[in-house]
Design a protein around this ligand. Structure first.
Ligand code: HEM
Length: 464
């Protein structure tokens, strides 16, 4: 028997402004419109156009044999992620393909996912706390190293530099600094190649693994590199028997759902998941932060004033993070406009009805934080960059599901606080040392994550 969600309960305060309620109609996008939209603006352009037309109503895209629902309205998201979250699972092609790289632990479902999530939460909480001082000094070291490397007015690749800074900052908490920086960078690069080369497998889920598709060779090469780096390291760490409070130690000491210790391969897959989930999203969000600040010099100046006041011209320290209030709001606003997880897929296990629309069992739903964050019913002038949206008062007055760059429900990101703690220090350390300019255009493009179209240059001029 289908279960019904009724979004017409009395209006809570965040819905006080008049707006069209969650619609009872389904907005359909025909194959012709899909093709036209893709031609015009690629996947992101198609999504934006659909989002504008549907205005929060459920939409269904006709892609021939594949007809996913697009879910953007916060009431519908609440249904899918919270109230009836058990019905909506990670069974889609994207998650299946990703499982080849990250295993069926943290990126999966069921008891193995739960056991893995518990380990991650424990590892991140303990590691982040224990290594907070080292994270702060690693940020300082990475930014100081950047300052030594760049001459006045040097141009650097934003994503590459932000990846370097992030990897150095997270190394103590993730690995207890067992991996030297150069090896960590090599590993991150191999994981990125492996992840990207899964795109075809995600797009062609019915093609058996025995039939080659583009990307297979690159995937095999990259996973070989990953294993060459990680497996000896894991064996050595087990042999060393000096568990620390870092996430890797917690995984090595931890148990699977059946109570057995994780195998070397499982630990390696979880570490790969850590790179996939944690480091690229953090580095890209920081990259977009420089793009946004370069477009808004008044906000950049206020962020610098805050950094100067809090850091006092010295290196960042752990206790600075909670005083960098505006910097945190800027990052939250960047996460709204440049939601890294622009599309989060789920599969309906059983038939359901959302706002009058029947969702058949087995249907794919694509949740799009990117579009939800642009709904004018919930965001005034949604395309305007305005960190003031994230004052406590304004957050309290908003629909709780109108902002979800870190997901929501059982799979909500476990690294959100971790991200903000290190990212505010990175921004403060960078902006207090450099004038940062972004000379070229930087537009988003929809890969698995929201990446810039082409390279984003940063011109870094050391401050006098
Ligand atoms: C800007 C930075 C980040 C963004 C935008 C982000 C976004 C997300 C989103 C949207 C999800 C939910 C996926 C789903 O519902 O299926 C998620 C899950 C996850 N994130 Fe993050 N994340 C970020 C940083 C991090 C960091 C730094 C870590 C690790 C230290 C991390 C670890 C994870 C893990 C392990 C999950 C899976 C949780 C589960 O399935 O139970 N993330 N993230």
């Amino acid at each position: 028997m289908p279960i019904r969600a009724d979004s017409r309960s009395p209006r809570p305060p965040w819905a006080a402004r008049p707006h069209r309620p969650a619609g009872t109609r389904l907005h359909t996008v025909s194959l012709r419109q899909v093709v036209g939209g893709l031609r015009e603006g690629g996947p992101l352009g198609l999504m934006e156009r659909t989002g504008r037309q549907a205005q929060g109503a459920l939409a269904r895209l006709d892609l021939g044999t594949f007809r996913p629902f697009l879910v953007t309205h916060p009431d519908h998201l609440r249904r899918v992620l919270r109230d009836h979250g058990d019905n909506y699972r990670r069974g889609t092609a994207m998650w299946k393909a990703m499982g080849r790289l990250t295993g069926l632990g943290i990126a999966g479902e069921g008891p193995r996912w739960r056991a893995s999530r518990d380990l991650w939460c424990k590892g991140l909480a303990v590691g982040a706390h224990t290594f907070a001082d080292r994270t702060a000094s690693s940020v300082d070291g990475a930014v100081a190293e950047l300052a030594r490397r760049v001459a006045t007015g040097a141009t650097v690749d934003a994503s590459a530099e932000m990846t370097r800074v992030v990897l150095r900052a997270v190394n103590p908490a993730f690995f207890g600094s067992r991996i030297p920086q150069w090896q960590c960078e090599r590993l991150a690069a191999a994981v990125a190649v492996a992840f990207d080369s899964l795109l075809w497998r995600m797009a062609l889920p019915l093609v058996p693994l025995a039939v080659p598709v583009p990307g297979d060779r690159a995937f095999a090469r990259a996973t070989r590199t990953v294993n060459e780096i990680l497996l000896p390291l894991i064996r050595w760490a087990r042999h060393e028997r000096q568990p620390g409070p870092d996430l890797m130690s917690v995984l090595l000491e931890g148990a699977d759902a059946d109570g057995r210790a994780l195998s070397d391969a499982q630990v390696a897959q979880d570490i790969v998941a850590l790179f996939v989930a944690g480091s690229e999203s953090s580095a890209l969000t920081l990259t977009w932060t420089w793009v946004a600040l370069a477009k808004h010099p008044d906000i950049a100046a206020a962020v610098r004033r805050e950094a100067d006041a809090v850091l006092g011209g010295g290196p960042p320290r752990r206790d600075h993070a909670r005083h960098l209030v505006l910097t945190r709001q800027v990052l939250a606003e960047v996460c709204r406009l440049y939601a890294m997880a622009w599309a989060v897929p789920r599969t309906a296990a059983a038939e359901d009805v959302i706002d009058g629309v029947t969702i058949p069992a087995g249907a794919t739903l694509v949740l799009s934080p990117y579009l939800t964050h642009r709904l004018p019913q919930f965001w005034e002038q949604p395309l305007r960059f305005d960190p003031g949206r994230f004052t406590e008062e304004r957050v309290r007055g908003r629909h709780p599901l109108a902002y979800l760059p870190f997901g929501d429900g059982p799979h909500q990101c476990v690294g959100q606080s971790f991200f903000f703690r290190q990212a505010v220090l990175v921004v403060a350390a960078m902006i207090s040392r450099f004038d940062v300019a972004v000379p070229g255009p930087a537009e988003p493009r929809a890969a698995v994550a929201l990446r810039p179209r082409g390279r984003v240059d940063l011109v870094l001029t050391p401050r006098r």
